[in-house]
Design a protein around this ligand. Structure first.
Ligand code: AMP
Length: 126
């Protein structure tokens, strides 16, 4: 996959759009009115969950600029609920949203990675 250009318009053929529409399989973890979450196919930690807003947003940048207050609240609350339900609050976890080429974003639908289940090390690799 090529890195995402975060300035491009939303492409409804991206792989996560297809998962959201049920056209591709996933291991679903959570769904509500605002968010959909599933297990990352290449987990980087014992718990590695991807949380997507249901709306069509390329990245965190796009979402923060265009989403309604309701969408933002619903999405952020879903991330918190999933982490709580997985028992990750006490041991700790990390929530990461990659935006654009320097971050390594590969899929052009906003997703927040929830990683936990072991000490996660440095925030940004050297
Ligand atoms: P990012 O680099 O932030 O865009 O992260 C994309 C993530 O999506 C990576 O961690 C991949 O392992 C994950 N991924 C790609 N395709 C799938 C898929 N079909 N199901 C679940 N996770 C996927």
């Amino acid at each position: 996959m090529t890195p995402v250009d975060p300035t491009m318009p939303y492409d409804d053929q991206n792989i996560f759009a297809k998962i959201l529409r049920g056209e591709l399989p996933c291991t679903k973890v959570y769904e509500d009115e605002w968010a959909f979450a599933f297990e990352d196919i290449h987990p980087q930690a014992p718990e590695h969950i991807l949380v997507l807003p249901k709306g069509a947003y390329v990245s965190w940048d796009d979402f923060s600029a265009r989403a309604s207050a309701e969408e933002i609240a619903g999405f952020v609350r879903a991330i918190g609920k999933i982490a709580r339900d997985k028992g990750l609050v006490e041991p700790g976890y990390r929530a990461i949203a990659n935006v654009g080429p320097d971050s390594g974003q590969l899929v052009p639908h906003l997703h927040v990675h929830i990683c936990g289940g072991r000490p996660l090390g440095a925030l940004v690799p050297a």
